[in-house]
Ligand binder design. Structure first.
Ligand code: GDG
Length: 491
């Protein structure tokens, strides 16, 4: 069984599904394997284990949490990039009593630049988020992407048995071509793909000069999963218009095969997050944090520092809120964490400069002797610390310009007792969470008003909204997501 996903280490430079190294007492508990037998190969950008001073450990993150239980219970293979030439291409894990195999695809610096920083992060990422001004349409990136996808496919083919009943689960936009390459060789295997970011409107996707080749690669799959129906519809329309495929409901008929596209919204490890949030030590941490800020109200934002996350726009809205509401001066703190991400890329260095500038301006304009309006941190925290911030906040400002899902939303809702969620309507999460205070992230005036609404919201209304939000998020659990996708793949 194979799953392609992307995970990050400390100060992660990768995009894609959440994977964070923990130093808190809380760990992910790897439980609940899927309820049926399968031989699985997971294909993800990064492998799920990392070397520490004392040996090896599994990395912590949504995908690892969801998929390692399956591999641990049933065996299988996880294929990902090999960035360190000193590490083995094939490693059984754990070494003393192996449950599964880690298979690395070694990449040179040039390959990493073209495939990952180039094609994935300077073409597919901005395009899928409708931020076409960041597109670097360099054909050399595509060429390297083809080569690397081919090598991932070769690794998968080597690891899967001829004639065996094999399931391959590929993750994300780093691997659009490998499904097609695998299918050429192995018409018999079952291939799933989960796309973690938005699939843009067909008219945006077709901007890509290589849109047809990439789509054909994806159609090597049996099932393609997206977070919400909107992205499914966009994908179906892309296949119908650009490849002339016949589409019936959510089934694409293409070259004698049937490919399904379905919505499978991802969740978080709800139980783990709940138990962390209810630990008395978190309450203490949250209180200490509020005391340090020293204001009546605390508003938070937590994101990778990425131009898609709308951090600058959110700051401008907070500035407007302060302009329009002088009675809140000295009474509200905005605490924004921006975790370093893809720092090699100029567009990320630029957004960092822009955010620095606007934070400096707001604080220069409004700060008083004992009040700093914007507390900005460009660094990584542990999940335990994040949980205390969620718990302490009166409101969370989650306002991406576009986001496939946004799981910070789910973490906040799970951890908070009476906080208000202000959520961009341009996220996957917004489709599922009508009880949030929804905003257009480009509308600074509307966002400024939403901050005021949140701070003045009656307690009963907060609790009522949260009841609905929490109910939905319980059903989106990441284990349910993995189970649901694999069951659908075998349907
Ligand atoms: C992609 C899609 C989709 C952030 N800072 C720290 C930290 N984080 C954690 C959060 C959360 C995760 O990173 C971020 O998740 P998002 O969902 O916001 O976003 P992406 O990284 O863009 O992921 C996205 C996701 O895939 C899953 O399909 O939701 O739409 O873009 O878990 O808590 N964690 C720690 N320290 C930090 O400083 N420990």
């Amino acid at each position: 069984m194979i799953c392609f996903c992307e995970e990050r280490g400390v100060g992660y430079n990768g995009p894609g599904p959440f994977c964070i190294v923990e130093s808190s007492p809380y760990r992910f508990f790897l439980t609940r394997p899927v309820s049926f037998a399968l031989s699985l190969t997971v294909v993800a950008n990064r492998v799920p284990i990392r070397q520490t001073d004392d040996g090896w450990e599994t990395s912590v993150g949504g995908l690892t949490t969801a998929l390692l239980p399956v591999l641990e219970e049933q065996g299988g293979v996880w294929v990902g990039m090999g960035e360190d030439p000193d590490l083995p291409e094939r490693q059984e894990y754990p070494a003393d009593d192996p449950d599964f195999v880690v298979r690395r695809v070694p990449l040179s610096t040039e390959e990493l630049d073209g495939y990952y920083y180039g094609m994935a992060n300077q073409i597919l990422w901005p395009l899928s988020h409708y931020l076409v001004q960041h597109l670097e349409l360099n054909e050399a990136f595509l060429e390297t992407y083809r080569q690397v996808n081919r090598r991932f496919a070769d690794a998968v083919l080597e690891e899967t048995e001829e004639g065996g009943d094999e399931t391959i689960w590929i993750q994300d936009y780093h691997q659009m071509l490998s499904p097609g390459y695998i299918r050429e060789d192995r018409p018999d295997v079952t291939i799933g793909h989960f796309w973690h970011i938005p699939w843009p409107a067909m008219e945006v996707f077709r901007i890509l000069p290589w849109s047809r080749e990439l789509l054909r690669g994806m159609l090597g799959c049996d099932l393609i999963g997206f977070h919400v129906e909107e992205y499914v519809d966009n994908f179906l329309e892309s296949a119908e218009t650009l490849l002339d495929a016949e589409v019936e409901g959510n089934v694409i008929h293409y070259e004698g095969r049937e490919i399904r596209a379905e919505a499978h919204p991802i969740g978080i490890d709800v139980e783990r997050f709940k138990s962390m949030a209810h630990d008395p030590s978190i309450e203490e941490e949250a209180q200490k944090f509020r005391d340090r800020l020293g204001t009546d109200y605390v508003v938070i934002g937590i994101d990778r520092l990425d131009y898609t996350k709308g951090i600058r726009s959110r700051m401008l809205a907070f500035e407007k809120f302060l302009e329009e509401n002088p009675e809140y001066h000295g009474k509200v703190s905005f605490f924004q964490i921006a975790t370093p991400s893809r720092t090699e890329l100029e567009s990320y260095q630029q957004i960092r400069r822009e955010v620095d500038e606007v934070v400096g301006r707001i604080n220069g304009r409004f700060a008083q002797e004992s009040w700093v309006p914007v507390n900005y941190r460009y660094r990584t925290y542990t999940q335990y610390e994040l949980c205390a911030f969620y718990r302490a906040a009166d409101a969370a400002l989650i306002t991406p310009l576009r986001d496939g899902m946004n799981v910070v939303t789910q973490e906040f809702v799970t951890a908070t007792q009476d906080g208000v969620l202000i959520l961009s309507e341009l996220t996957g999460a917004a489709y599922l969470l009508p009880e949030a205070v929804q905003v257009n992230p480009y509308d600074h005036g509307g966002l400024a008003r939403a901050i005021k609404t949140a701070l003045e919201m009656p307690h009963e209304e907060k609790v009522e909204r949260l009841r609905g939000l929490k109910r939905t998020i319980e059903t989106l659990d990441v284990h349910n997501w993995a189970d649901g996708f694999l069951e659908a793949l075998h349907r």
